[in-house]
Design a binder for this molecule. Structure first.
Ligand SMILES: NC(=O)c1ccc[n+]([C@@H]2O[C@H](COP(=O)([O-])OP(=O)(O)OC[C@H]3O[C@@H](n4cnc5c(N)ncnc54)[C@H](O)[C@@H]3O)[C@@H](O)[C@H]2O)c1
Length: 248
């Protein structure tokens, strides 16, 4: 029986990995055999990496800053010799309110982290993946890219931008051996959702066919699939993991 793990000999970078979905992605990639660079801005990346043990290192990086993203990607090569998988996952919800009340600062902050962060991860990550023989990028978008979430106009816009950039970059780099996909999580039990009004969560759960929120681990399982050779012909795909929310 072949006991090789799915991601043995692969090296991954995960942003926003101090918490929630990012921490679960880092753990799932590591469990599948990958070496993982665990990154966040909060300091919690240290704890995530320590919890994983051998084959994991922590790097502080702000995804909205090009220099930080470049040194993060360099850390994969300097620590583990190569780079195969990039998970551009860091994101924020920002302040809530209808579009007519959304401040320019709130809009810029959300777009600066969510959309620009993914842009920078791909801008500097794609050439590095090509340099190391190709690879896989998985961006964390959201069902908010495809349906309205009233009071979150800038967040929805940022996730729409991630879907659009993912699609274009997948078309540009398929021939170069870089697969680029996105996950679109539905409401998932993390700190981000804990900060939202509970009536918003209850409302979303009520219209979800599976009648519950998702777990970070359920998002991470899809990322392992997209990172692995099982998805070798999958690029430019958007995987909704939402208990059926967007089917209705
Ligand atoms: N939880 C959900 O319901 C849900 C649904 C759809 C999409 N998402 C997306 O999943 C991703 C992860 O969110 P989560 O729910 O795990 O939230 P979370 O708040 O638990 O984790 C987000 C992490 O990103 C980090 N971060 C914030 N700004 C950063 C920056 N500038 N640079 C680097 N790291 C930064 C935070 O410190 C935090 O550790 C986000 O992109 C979010 O939009 C979440």
């Amino acid at each position: 029986m072949n006991m090789t793990k799915q991601l043995e000999n692969k090296v991954a970078v995960v942003t926003g990995a101090g918490s929630g979905i990012g921490a679960a992605i880092a753990a799932a990639l590591h469990a599948a055999g990958a070496k993982v660079v665990v990154s966040d801005i909060s300091g919690a990346q240290e704890e995530t990496a320590k919890g994983l043990g051998d084959g994991a290192v922590a790097v502080h990086a702000d995804v909205s800053q090009g220099a930080d993203v470049q040194q993060l990607l360099d850390a994969a090569v300097s620590n583990f010799g190569t780079l195969d998988i990039i998970c551009n996952n860091a994101g924020i919800d920002g302040e809530l309110g209808p579009l007519g009340e959304c401040s320019e600062e709130n809009y810029d902050r959300i777009m600066g982290i969510n959309a620009r962060g993914v842009f920078l991860g791909m801008r500097y990550g794609i050439p590095k993946l090509i340099e190391h023989g190709g690879g896989s990028i998985i961006n964390t978008a959201s069902i908010a890219a495809n349906v309205a979430f009233p009071t979150m106009p800038a967040y929805c816009a940022s996730k729409g931008a991630i879907v659009s950039m993912t699609r274009t970059a997948a078309a540009e780099y398929g021939a170069a051996g870089v697969r680029i996909n996105a996950i679109c999580p539905g409401v998932t039990a993390t700190a981000l959702v804990d900060r939202l009004p509970q009536e918003m969560i209850a409302g979303a759960t009520a219209v979800t066919p599976m009648q519950r929120v998702g777990t970070a681990e359920e998002m991470a399982g899809a990322v392992v699939y997209l990172a692995s050779d099982a998805a070798s012909f999958v690029t430019g795909a958007f995987l909704s993991i939402d208990g059926g929310y967007t089917t209705l």
